[in-house]
Design a protein around this ligand. Structure first.
Ligand code: SDX
Length: 377
């Protein structure tokens, strides 16, 4: 037998290290590091743009560098008119993730540097994508509601502009703080499926638009970033806190996965959850929807009692985005608006690693089947 048939399969590539990275570290014991910084030291203390800068330049910016980086992002938030037209012409029934996947790929047709794959060209391309993915999401949302898209304003920060373009109103201070935290918490997470998809694409020396398009298609899945939308559907289904136990029991009895719970790597609570739970508690307090917060806490306790698993990033993030007025079908696009900074950084790191990601497989099919010409089949 050939070697390939003798290899042992590692199902789901669980615990397989496919490459080295310096961008983020997901510690199974329940901590997360971005380029050496524990996220607990970053969330609530820095802007999202500082995290994007950290991923690309491997260090935090000083004030002058941050001001320049932020104004570069804001100046790049404008889309090619052809892409805007294309967004406006998509059927309203099309899922926003399908539009985002298409339009990121479409952006590649208008890249001002064409096919140049120099490091500088890719860094500029990364900044354009980090700036333009939120604009695609805001443009789609406004177009779906027959509303104009405000142009980016120089006197707003990048995240303030994103919020302003999405909601059409001056960015609320509290909401801006929440969006910074949400985007920092979603920015990168080791070799999660969508990041790995981007790296596989980049490992063939394909372009960054192709890598990010691969990632978007991968994040859409409900076992990954698509879970957030399903969490909201579950919370809408559970009309009262008193019904939590029966509802969760029903799902588990039917062998169904509880959306927003469990994780391939963490053996303890996802370190992002405490930040997200706190954001949701504050938002629910502000909006007098503490019954929703209490329902979430009860679900969390019930699922842990039954399955010893914890909420992942999608559980409380869904409630936070809902509280910000984001429709559930836009939750995963919002996830993309942040994770694109991680995907772009991993794409560049993979180019530097310069090795094709091509695993083997274990062939378990037949051998030596006798060929029969079609006339005799
Ligand atoms: C994200 O990888 C990342 O870092 C991703 C992410 C990121 O930041 O990029 O963190 C973002 O994608 C979070 C995950 C969002 N997905 C969901 O919320 C969907 C629900 N979760 C599950 O499908 C599951 O937990 C996964 C897919 C996230 C992880 O699955 P694994 O590692 O393949 O584990 P498994 O499905 O084999 O489950 C192991 C055990 C099983 O029990 P037994 O059959 O062995 O008795 O845990 C149980 C599972 O039944 N289990 C669950 C469960 N998750 C695991 N049971 C009920 N509900 C769940 N959600």
């Amino acid at each position: 037998m050939s070697e390939e048939t003798e290899r042992d399969v590692v199902r789901g590539l669980k615990d397989v290290a496919a490459a080295e990275t310096r961008i983020s570290y997901v510690n199974p014991s329940g901590s997360l590091y971005y380029v050496g910084y524990n996220i607990d030291d970053l969330v609530g203390r820095i802007y999202y743009a500082e995290v994007a800068y950290l991923f690309l330049y491997r260090r935090l910016p000083n004030q002058r560098e941050l001001d320049k980086f932020s104004s570069d992002l804001v100046s790049q938030m404008v889309l090619p008119s052809e892409v805007i037209e294309s967004i406006r012409s998509t059927p309203k029934t099309c899922h926003p993730m399908d539009v985002l996947r298409t339009e990121v790929s479409h952006l590649g047709e208008f890249d001002p540097e064409g096919g140049s794959q120099t490091m500088n060209a890719n860094m500029r391309r990364a900044i354009r994508l980090i700036a333009q993915v939120p604009t695609i999401v805001a443009t789609l949302y406004r177009s779906r509601n027959d509303l104009p898209v405000p142009r980016p304003k120089d006197d707003y920060t990048f995240v303030e502009n994103f919020l302003h373009m999405f909601k059409g109103t001056a960015p609320d201070r509290e909401e801006t703080k929440v969006l910074h935290r949400l985007m920092i918490l979603h920015a990168d997470h080791g070799f999660n499926a969508s990041t790995f998809a981007a790296r596989v694409t980049a490992s063939t020396n394909s372009d960054m638009y192709s890598a990010v398009t691969s990632a978007i298609g991968t994040l859409k899945g409900p076992l990954h970033g698509g879970a957030g939308e399903k969490v909201m559907e579950m919370l809408d289904d559970i009309d009262m806190e008193e019904h939590v136990e029966e509802y969760i029991q029903g799902l588990l009895d039917d062998n169904k996965k509880i959306m927003g719970f469990g994780h391939r790597v963490y053996r303890a609570e996802d370190p992002r959850t405490k930040h997200l739970r706190g954001i949701v508690e504050n938002l629910c307090h502000r909006q007098r929807t503490m019954s929703l917060y209490n329902k979430c806490v009860k679900i969390e306790k019930r699922v842990h009692d039954r399955k010893s698993i914890y909420p992942n990033v999608d559980f409380y993030a869904a409630v936070a985005m809902d509280a910000l007025g984001v429709p559930k079908e836009f939750f995963t696009p919002f996830f993309c608006c942040s994770r694109v900074s991680g995907w772009a950084a991993h794409t560049i790191e993979q180019y530097e690693d310069a090795v094709l990601l091509r695993p083997s497989s274990k062939y378990v099919g037949e051998f030596g089947r006798p060929f029969v010409p079609i006339e005799e089949r």
